[in-house]
Design a protein around this ligand. Structure first.
Ligand code: LLP
Length: 413
């Protein structure tokens, strides 16, 4: 069995099956390139988180889907019916979540570089919670709030605990600087948090929670630092309670799973949940709910991109499988993040004795437009279907129309 096989993806008689359906058949029926998402896998992941939270903490568990990972309407409706909450980062996401039937009470809006127009849109939605990203954002908030005199806006504070973790410099979202030296723009500095709570209350907002998000793509080795950040969050919450703020929820953000590469370790999600539950209980905090904001964990490995091979090209000894989609328009992660890796499988012939080093090249005019570089795989042929795995998160949502290419269709099965 291949390490990436799940209930969603299986190999039978050397062919790839997606949620029990022959991948080549799906490609023939719907055309390529094509995103295929699996409801069963998403629900299974959701269930695992829900069970772990219920097992380790008596508090209410809020699984806030980070919809930026994949705002497909069907996925949103599926998770809404299952009881999920939403982490939304723009008015567009808030609007889409509302259309998918999420009640405003289950939406947390976490903006960055928030504008007056953004605030106007989210204050207009009664019941939604606004997560404050900067002490300075309160000036804009108090100005816009005057247009909504009768509304009590629930707010929380996204603080930066001074520790960030992530798979590459671009997705580390806490600490002073990222691993490549980029100053981190997110969140309120530790020493300013109490002041933001106090001023928010004074301005007529209702402070209800504390939030942190450290980054994305954690691996096992990140666990000690993640725990240290959990400890800091709990200490900060205690400080706020001592100062007289009653916190309804603590939100520990997202950042965990899935596995994209066999050799990469897996972050122990359940241990993390156990740890943070214990930390909150041990501190005797009066919070009512614990929240997590999974994006990748829920949908990352529940999606596949199917590509058609147009021809095999040889040049200066390099072998290219030239496919009918480009990374920028389909799975942009390898073109954006040097460390991103997506397994690529020939759907009609997963394995063969004879293998070649194949670079899977897209149809966009950039050298970086390769789905995979010199991958050892059975040499594809014209007309074959290649499956790019791990395409459920941050693929369609980050796809652009660069080169004026189209964006693939999506099916949810
Ligand atoms: N909460 C907040 C406030 C976030 O900013 C994010 C992701 C999440 C939760 C969910 O993180 P996740 O569980 O999906 O790791 N485009 C990058 C990932 C950027 C994530 C940005 N924020 C990628 O493709 O790797």
């Amino acid at each position: 069995m291949n390490w990436w096989e799940t209930d969603f993806l299986a190999v039978r008689e050397n062919r790839l099956f997606i949620a029990g359906r022959d991948a080549v058949g799906l490609a023939e029926r719907h055309g390529t390139p094509l995103y295929v998402y699996g409801k069963g896998r998403i629900l299974e992941r959701y269930g695992r988180l829900e069970d772990a939270m219920a097992r380790h903490s008596p508090l209410e568990a809020r699984i806030c889907y980070a919809m930026k990972a994949n705002p497909h309407r069907g996925i949103l409706r599926l998770l809404r019916r299952r009881g999920a909450w939403i982490d939304a980062v723009s008015p567009g996401e808030v609007e889409t979540a509302l259309q998918a039937g999420f009640p405003a009470e289950r939406i947390l809006f976490t903006g960055t570089s928030v504008s007056r127009a953004d605030l106007r849109s989210v204050f207009a939605v009664a019941g939604l919670t606004v997560n404050i990203d900067a002490a300075e954002q309160l000036d804009l908030m108090s100005e816009v709030k005057r247009e909504f005199p009768a509304r009590t806006v629930r707010v929380s504070v996204r603080w930066n605990p001074g520790i960030g973790r992530g798979i590459n410099a671009r997705v580390i979202t806490a600490g002073k600087r990222s691993s490549d030296g980029t100053p981190i723009k997110f969140g309120v500095e530790g020493k300013k948090v109490l002041g933001v709570f106090a001023r928010a209350r004074k301005l007529g907002f209702r402070p209800v929670g504390l939030h942190q998000h450290l980054g994305s793509g954690w691996v096992r080795e990140d666990a000690p630092m993640v725990r240290a950040a959990v400890d800091r969050m709990v200490r900060k919450a205690r400080e706020l309670e001592r100062a007289g703020f009653r916190l309804e929820f603590l939100d520990f953000g997202g950042g965990f799973g899935p596995r994209y590469l066999r050799t990469r370790s897996v972050f122990p999600v359940e241990d993390h949940i156990a740890y943070l539950s214990r930390a909150v209980a041990g501190a005797g905090l009066g919070v009512k709910a614990l929240a997590l904001e999974p994006g990748k964990y829920l949908v990352g490995d529940a999606g596949v991109l199917l590509l058609g091979v147009e021809y095999i090209k040889e040049s200066y000894g390099n072998i290219f499988a030239c496919v009918d989609g480009g990374t920028f328009n389909t799975v942009p992660r390898p073109a954006i993040y040097p460390s991103a890796h997506h397994v690529i499988v020939n759907a009609g012939r997963v394995d063969a004795a004879a293998k070649a080093r194949v670079t899977v090249a897209g149809n966009i005019c950039e050298t970086g437009d390769v789905f995979g570089r010199e991958r050892l795989m059975p040499l594809p042929a014209s007309g074959d279907v290649l499956a790019v795995l791990g395409a459920g998160a941050y693929c369609r949502s980050m796809a652009s129309r660069f080169n004026l290419r189209g964006i693939p269709r999506e099916v949810l099965i």
